[in-house]
Design a protein around this ligand. Structure first.
Ligand code: ZN
Length: 498
């Protein structure tokens, strides 16, 4: 079959020029100049077509809507300039303008009629050209692929965006008035073509069509009892049913310092009753979230470990990351970040720094090696009798040692009972302002060590403990986290102008 013969036949069936190129199996950039590509493939372009092409080009300046009697029988007009305009207008009329994402992804759902029509044309070509048209690989570049090749670049260009798999997802649902009727026919056809596997209408899917509906599985004669071969042209083009937008997941990281001994990590509820009016999570999200999204409650807060309610976290602070789904913005200037840091500071309970947008794939850094990390603590401890030099010497330990720690009684209601080994890297005790009853002890431990129990031993549930080491009772009065061994996120000083 010659290209010209094929194109002549397609034209007689009401197939548009873009689809003619699809049936000539054009690839990529060949769709940029349809006219030239047709000529290069040895197809004569008629005057009528040239004129049509000219009209198409001039539409940018002045929409010259040439009244069209029919629309392409195989693509239902999806590649026409008119439809492209409708698509762009539809996207712009959505909340598209509220997103600042530089990249976009298009997810276009097409009526099943397009697949049925592709099959119908496949049958028609087999009849017309015989054995040159295979029955197990489609004779055209499938519409789904052609949409990616042709429509995606045009839409990106018109919207001045880049194609980016991590960008704003624009889901476009298309419909056509013939779909309803054609799918009804398909349900009947399906019964005839695959007897014994009767499907209801809702069970007919695009995936099923893709898999089952090929000339090698359905006979043309059966198909034709329900739907015409070749597919007829239509008097109306596809239209836009809906445009849905889903912004990218943006991750914002930083470090927090917990300055209060009366603040929980996340909202603290006991039997549905709030125990504390605020939490670290809420204070941070309240200041950072609204910049990125209108659905603040969907934000997830993660940190590299956590403190107990009565423990402060000082030093450089604890790394945290917010996962913000459907984000409208993907950037944060230093100025904006600084304003957020200052807003959190006004709580007086939490302070944050190094606030920045981080690549999504880095967000899980927060959880890596959580068990292996070293943690740095400072504990204020009380003795029942004055400290002796011997006690102080016993609590100067520069070589690491292991302890066995049973799950503390205070957390047994939410953690299973285990005995876990934990490594203590160093212990350094000194007197608090020459008060012999109070010790300040700096401790470096493996993450996951229960520090309070390490100090008092909890009736031998943690061994050895500081109490067992000095052979005297000792209790903890206050605890601060002074360092977390995680070199992430990178340090940025938002108070320095860019
Ligand atoms: Zn077409």
């Amino acid at each position: 079959m010659k290209n010209q013969e094929l194109v002549d036949y397609l034209m007689s069936c009401g197939v548009c020029k873009v689809c003619q190129l699809r049936y000539l199996r054009a690839r990529g950039s060949e769709y940029n100049d349809i006219h030239k590509s047709l000529q290069r493939l040895g197809v004569k372009v008629t005057e009528d077509q040239v004129e049509d092409e000219d009209n198409v080009i001039s539409t940018d300046e002045q929409p010259l809507k040439k009244p069209r009697l029919t629309h392409c029988s195989t693509c239902l007009g999806i590649f026409s300039e008119d439809f492209q305009r409708e698509l762009i207008e539809g996207i712009i009329a959505s909340e598209f303008g509220k997103y600042d994402s530089e990249g976009i992804v298009l997810a276009i759902t097409m009526p099943m009629s397009l697949q049925l029509r592709q099959l119908s044309m496949w049958f028609a070509l087999q009849r017309k050209f015989g054995s040159t048209v295979h029955s197990n690989s489609p004779p055209d570049v499938p519409i789904k692929e052609a949409v990616k090749l042709i429509l995606h670049p045009i839409i990106c260009k018109k919207l001045d965006k880049k194609y980016d798999a991590n960008g704003l997802v624009i889901s476009i649902d298309l419909r056509h008035k013939v779909e309803e009727e054609e799918v009804d026919k398909l349900v009947e056809l399906n019964r005839a073509a695959f007897p014994g596997k009767a499907l209801r209408r809702v069970e007919i899917s695009r995936g099923l069509l893709e898999k089952q509906y090929q000339p090698s599985r359905v006979k043309a004669e059966t198909f034709e009892k329900y739907l015409p071969i070749p597919p007829p042209a239509v008097d109306e083009s596809l239209s836009l049913k809906s445009v849905d937008l889903q912004g990218p997941m943006v991750c914002v990281a930083g470090r927090y310092r917990k300055l209060s001994r009366e603040l929980s990590h996340t909202p603290w509820l006991l039997q549905g009753v709030r125990q504390m009016e605020d939490s670290i999570e809420e204070i941070i999200i309240r200041s950072v979230g609204p910049h990125f999204t209108e659905t603040v409650p969907k934000i997830t807060f993660m940190s590299s470990g956590r403190e107990d309610v009565d423990v402060r976290c000082l030093g450089k602070g604890r790394p945290f990351v917010l996962e913000i789904p459907n984000s409208r913005r993907s950037t944060l200037t230093r100025e904006q970040a600084l304003a957020m840091e200052q807003a959190v500071d006004t709580s007086g309970k939490v302070s944050i720094l190094n606030l920045q947008v981080v690549p999504r794939e880095q967000a899980m850094n927060i959880k890596t090696g959580e068990e292996q990390k070293r943690k740095y603590y400072r504990a204020l401890c009380a003795l029942k009798e004055p400290a002796t030099l011997e006690m102080l010497q016993k609590l100067q330990i520069s070589e690491s040692f292991d302890i066995q720690q049973k799950t503390p009684i205070r957390v047994l209601h939410r953690r299973p009972l285990h005995t876990r080994p934990r490594t203590i890297y160093s212990v350094k005790a000194r007197l608090q302002r020459d008060n012999p009853l109070v010790l300040v002890i700096d401790i470096v431990t493996q993450a996951g060590t229960y520090i309070k129990e390490l100090v008092h031993g909890e009736f031998g549930r943690t061994t050895p403990s500081f109490s067992s080491i000095i052979g005297k009772p000792i209790d903890i009065q206050a605890l601060d986290v002074v360092g977390i061994d995680l070199d992430w996120p990178p340090e940025v000083d938002n108070s320095v102008a860019q």
